[in-house]
Design a protein around this ligand. Structure first.
Ligand code: 3H9
Length: 699
């Protein structure tokens, strides 16, 4: 297959990268491109060379799949192509449309000039894959924009828009209209040769060279530790340090060595898994193809925290939304939240006052359900009670136009039971947002037994419009995320009953990479919420003791009452910082004694295993029951919804990392019932990565 097209226009050789969909610079493409660059260099008739991309995009960088392939002596990478560009005396110009990312930007940085379309974005996002820019990016970008700005861009993996790219000199010219024409014109004007490699590295505007060790050591301090999500960041800083200290060619060699080390590192494998798992989510085996409906107007029922967050999410995506609530006080509070939220964006310089005003106007509050007659989708976010929800849907069904989709934001309840009170179960779906809905990236889409393929397709498209990562779940208590979190919380509670302090358990979860531990999470979501769930489904969510009932009696409902498993103090971390409370340890001890549980010594390793293996075991059940489609879907739910450290790839990826057999053995040692799928994979020495996806069934 040919990945490259060439064309000559008045002495300019136009080389088009054509590897759909994103022109990734695979080994195969590089192997074809290298002799083409060398031939252009050797051709006296060629005055200048232009790189451009087919498919409306320059390039998304190296092919991420290639990093798992062992190269042979014949393998050519984009690094070899860039070296050929660097050696050449011809003028090279890059014509950038849509994206020049990773190796794509690195190829254009090896060129003498870069011209981009006004809507393009450029960046070196390798860090998100646990890598560093390995084709000269860490050596050329600091020479171009100064080390400080380069570090900022590369450590955040930030893709920059054209105003910033032009201002920093990453692109030379920004054009509205035909980029290729502008580039050919520039190439024909015989501009001087200018290699970035010939420049000296500077720190940044107004910073003296003497500050270099300080900048480097500060950068190391700003990123997570090497063994907890920061491996690539530290190596990236080392590579930039090499740009200062070594001649260009040696810096490149150091960068390449560090890149290869990272490409084989466990965190990078995990992050690459997250990248591809995310892109699988909307591919639903067995689901007939269907055209999604356009969502031009939305409704939300309930102006509480959830409803308000969902309304803000719609407004920010440009979808006008009407919020229904008859409680004046709740509406007033919601209006203030909306106003405060948009004003904050103005203060931060993220939007103009005028835009904030317009967005505010696109959220209307009323108590008239009739206002929703023409809504394309209505999301219910009222109290988590089946009867209350059914009343809402009965009413909506009579008012909303027949083609409108009705959705529930329930976090646990039965979607089919709600759908049964409507005449449109095919247009009924669960849209489970996470708190705060306007910030949290995850959306669980819950499919009822009658939900139509069109409704599912609309939900996925809506998820994309709302900038959410959407995962499909079958209709089962707690869906994917919460069903697993009950087991996680139970495992944490059992450890505390055995005499381990909540503070120690949380510290171990944080050391593993969770942003907060299970007890702080319980305090954040509310002890009363857990209490209600345990009452509704004791078979699933009730622990061995009565600690939760006691906490509710004591009115220790979590952060909102400034006391739960921990204490909170307004003067400490704005009231959000958990403070260990000996009273709670005593409460666990007392309740454990009543339940006949004896305290015991538990190692840090066991604490971590019990927390994470509880998730894995439940995840295996959910796969088998068809609640989740793929191990990767579960991983995405946990990484985006529950803070599972992405450098461990999500619970199911982590199972493969530590060995499924080991997880299975430990699950049995802990006295839990192992999921049959866990047993099966363990016994045949397999992995979750090999697990063949099933079709979504109804549990
Ligand atoms: C690198 O460059 C290393 C170098 O420094 C050193 C080398 C020595 N490779 O996201 P989408 C696929 S590391 C392979 O849904 P969008 C993707 O899987 C690279 N495949 O589209 C999907 O496949 P499918 C640094 C890739 O429009 C399809 O393309 N670069 C790659 O929402 C469409 O993707 C990055 O990290 C790739 N590089 O977003 C950029 N990129 O259709 C990664 C995409 O089978 N890419 N695919 O599911 C992106 O950020 C987004 O894909 C992009 C398009 C913004 C480009």
């Amino acid at each position: 297959m040919a990945f490259i097209r060439t064309e000559d226009r008045d002495g300019v050789r136009i080389i088009t990268l054509d590897n759909p969909p994103v022109n990734s610079l695979s080994f195969a493409l590089s192997g074809e491109l290298l002799p083409i660059v060398e031939a252009a260099t050797a051709d006296a008739g060629v005055k200048a060379v232009v790189f451009t991309g087919a498919n409306g995009i320059f390039s998304a960088g190296a092919d991420i799949n290639d990093f798992s392939i062992e190269p042979t002596p014949e393998t050519r990478t984009i690094r070899d192509v860039i070296a050929a560009v660097e050696r050449s005396d011809k003028i090279f110009v890059a014509a950038i449309e849509k994206n020049a990312l990773g190796g794509g930007l690195e190829l254009s940085l090896a060129c003498d000039y870069r011209v981009a379309d006004a809507k393009a974005r450029v960046g070196l996002p390798e860090i998100k894959l646990g890598l560093l820019p390995g084709a000269g990016g860490t050596q050329r970008l600091p020479r171009l924009v100064g080390a400080q700005d380069a570090l900022d861009m590369m450590l955040k993996g930030r893709n920059v828009k054209m105003d910033e790219a032009k201002e920093k000199g990453i692109v030379d010219e920004v054009v509205e209209g035909n980029v290729l024409d502008a580039v050919v014109k520039l190439a024909q004007s015989a501009p001087p040769k200018r290699r970035i490699s010939a420049r000296k590295v500077e720190l940044g505007k107004g910073i003296t060279p003497q500050a270099e060790p300080f900048v480097v050591s500060q950068a190391h301090k700003m990123v997570p530790p090497e063994n907890n999500g920061g491996l690539a960041a530290h190596k990236l800083i080392d590579a930039v340090e090499a740009a200062f200290e070594l001649p260009f060619a040696f810096g490149l060699a150091r960068e390449a060595r560090l890149f290869e080390e990272l490409a084989r590192s466990q965190p990078s494998f995990a992050l690459r898994h997250v990248f591809f798992a995310e892109r699988e989510l909307a591919k639903i085996p067995g689901l007939p193809a269907a055209k999604p409906l356009e969502v031009k107007k939305a409704g939300v029922i309930g102006a509480g925290t959830m409803g308000t967050g969902i309304a803000i999410t719609f407004a920010q995506a440009g979808i006008p939304v009407t919020v229904i609530d008859s409680n004046e006080e709740a509406v007033e509070k919601a209006k203030q939240t909306v106003f405060g939220m948009f004003m904050y964006q103005v203060q931060k310089g993220r939007m103009t006052q005028e835009d904030a005003w317009k967005l505010g106007q696109s959220i209307q509050f009323t108590h008239e359900y009739e206002e929703l007659a023409d809504a394309d989708v209505v999301v219910e976010a009222v109290f988590e009670n089946m009867d209350v929800k059914k009343d809402v849907f009965k009413k909506l069904d009579t008012i909303v136009k027949p083609e409108g989709i009705l959705a529930s934001n329930t976090s646990t309840l039965d979607i089919d039971e709600m759908a049964s009170v409507t005449k449109r179960p095919d247009k009924f779906i669960g849209l489970h947002f996470f708190v705060p809905a306007n910030i949290m990236p995850l959306l669980e889409i819950v499919r009822g037994k009658d939900t139509s393929p069109e409704t599912i397709a609309t939900a996925f498209k809506l998820g994309k419009t709302l900038k959410k990562t959407a995962v499909l779940s079958a209709n089962a208590f707690g869906f994917i995320g919460n069903r697993m979190v009950f087991d996680y919380a139970k495992a944490a509670g059992e450890l505390a009953e055995e005499g381990i302090s909540p503070a120690r358990i949380d510290a171990i979860a944080k050391k593993f990479g969770f942003p907060m531990g299970p007890f702080a999470m319980g305090d954040l979501s509310g002890i009363d919420v857990a209490w209600h769930i345990a009452k509704a489904r004791p078979d699933i969510a009730k622990g061995r003791t009565n600690v939760i009932d006691r906490l509710v009696e004591m009115k220790r409902l979590g952060q909102k009452t400034m006391a739960g498993y921990f204490k909170y103090d307004k003067a400490v971390g704005k009231g959000r910082e958990p403070i260990a409370d000996p009273e709670i340890e005593a409460l666990f001890a007392e309740e454990a004694k009543k339940a006949g549980i004896t305290p015991r010594e538990v190692s840090d390793r066991e604490i971590l295993d019990r927390l994470t293996f509880a998730l894995i075991n439940r995840g295996a059940y959910l796969l088998e029951e068809g609640v989740a489609l793929r191990p990767g879907d579960i991983d995405i739910v946990y990484v985006y919804g529950y803070g599972f450290p992405p450098h461990h790839g999500g619970p199911m990826w982590y199972a493969d990392e530590v060995g499924v057999k080991h997880v299975y053995d430990r699950v049995r040692e802990f006295g839990w019932e192992p999921a049959p799928l866990l047993k099966e994979i363990a016994e045949r020495g397999g992995t979750f990565a090999d697990y063949k996806q099933g079709e979504l069934v109804h549990a």
